[in-house]
Design a protein around this ligand. Structure first.
Ligand code: GN1
Ligand code: MG
Length: 368
């Protein structure tokens, strides 16, 4: 559904958008929300329809984003930085609200497009230094939010990275077999069951306090890091929908799940999918160049395992959704979620084989 004048006229843009001259282009970004770019002369905005099937409380979602972006804006200004490029600016509605609900109950939000910005995934693909920069960007994000009061954040998706709960959901999906596809996924189900104990690695340590609760981004792929197209300097992390209290390990592990894969998340040819330890090493060095000062020993000890765990978690989420009949992730063809699950499990198996070396890389980068 493309946003029309009835929707766009509710936002306090610099100048009202005139549908005769304004262009609205859909952009493919992620599996969850619908995203468009609205351009009118020099003005450019991101317009998104929030997926309220998944984000059931859009008010809390937008308050989270507003609170976090305000914190980043204040801190950036305090050190004389350019706040307009250090975080996305929410364009409020004419009534000063953070999003607009249309007559069909669709929720819309707008951000100012940061000029000359591109996703880090599109910069110098293949240049290892990009991964160092991405790791440092995650460290900076976490550092910037160290003094943010995480208790004011709502859990926009409850139990989002509670991997034990994700596994329980998989068991329910297997038991219910709602799509009737169970027999297509038997090897993947076996793989998941054989790795069940992996689910407790982070969750149990968070629960018993041996690793700290921190503000986490929860979707740290390279395309969610914006950089200046010319200077290639990192500007900010975007897609703050899942900013919640959690573990720094979620963000590190999830970033490398995608960044350190040799191929796309839905590559069908599994011979092309393996764990890029060279990328892991660069990212880890960049990350620890910032984060070593605030991470605890226990967190650093789990960095290598976190990558396996987060890849496994994503795999079981895709597998559950395949068994449930593709009710969560957007899919382009019927086996898409199964292809994704297989792909993630292939990566898990390769990461497991390489774990000893991966841990040595972490220890070296941490100066141990
Ligand atoms: C979803 O839609 P996107 O790409 O931003 C998902 C992430 C997964 C990712 C896998 C809210 O993110 O957790 O890692 O797909 N986001 C949500 O590609 O579930
Ligand atoms: Mg996302």
């Amino acid at each position: 559904m493309i946003p029309n004048e009835n929707i766009l006229s509710n936002f306090a843009f610099d100048e009202a958008l005139d549908m005769d001259i304004c262009s609205i282009e859909p952009i493919v970004s992620g599996h969850i929300n619908h995203t468009f770019v609205a351009t009118q002369g020099e003005q450019k905005y991101i317009v998104q329809k929030i997926n309220t099937g998944i984000f059931k409380d859009p008010c809390s979602l937008m308050e989270n984003i507003d609170n976090v972006t305000e914190h980043i804006r204040r801190k950036t200004e305090a050190v004389g930085g350019d706040a307009k490029r250090a975080t996305l600016e929410i364009i409020k509605t004419n009534e000063g609200r953070l999003f607009y609900t249309d007559s069909d109950n669709n929720c819309w939000r707008c951000y100012r497009y940061i000029k000359n910005s591109v996703g880090l995934d599109t910069i110098n693909a293949g240049d290892l230094h990009t991964f160092y920069v991405a790791g440092a960007a995650l460290g900076d994000f976490q550092k910037m939010l160290m003094d943010f009061d995480a208790s004011i954040l709502a859990e926009t998706i409850p139990l989002f990275h509670d991997t034990k709960n994700r596994f329980r959901n998989l068991e329910i999906a297997i038991g219910e077999n709602r799509s009737g596809r169970l027999s297509d996924a038997l090897p993947e189900i076996d793989f998941a069951k054989a790795h069940k104990e992996m689910c407790s690695i982070i969750v149990d340590k968070l629960a018993d306090g041996s690793i700290p609760l921190r503000v986490t981004h929860n979707d740290t792929k390279l395309s969610n890091i914006l950089a200046d197209e010319d200077t290639q300097q990192v500007l900010c992390l975007i897609d703050l929908d899942t900013v919640m209290p959690g573990s720094a390990l979620y963000d590190f592990g999830d970033a490398l799940r995608s960044a350190a894969s040799s191929g796309a998340e839905d590559e069908k040819d599994l011979s092309k999918i393996y764990f890029r330890q060279d990328i892991f090493e660069e990212y880890c060095k960049g990350y620890l160049s910032v984060a070593a000062e605030f991470l605890t020993e226990a967190e650093i000890d789990l960095l290598a395992e976190s990558v396996i765990m987060m890849t496994f978690e994503c795999g079981i989420r895709f597998l559950s959704d395949f068994l449930d009949g593709d009710v969560y992730f957007a899919t382009a063809y019927p086996e898409h979620n199964l292809v994704r699950a297989r792909n993630q499990f292939k990566l898990v198996a390769d990461m497991e084989e390489k774990l000893k070396k991966t841990k040595e890389i972490v220890a070296l980068a941490a100066g141990k």
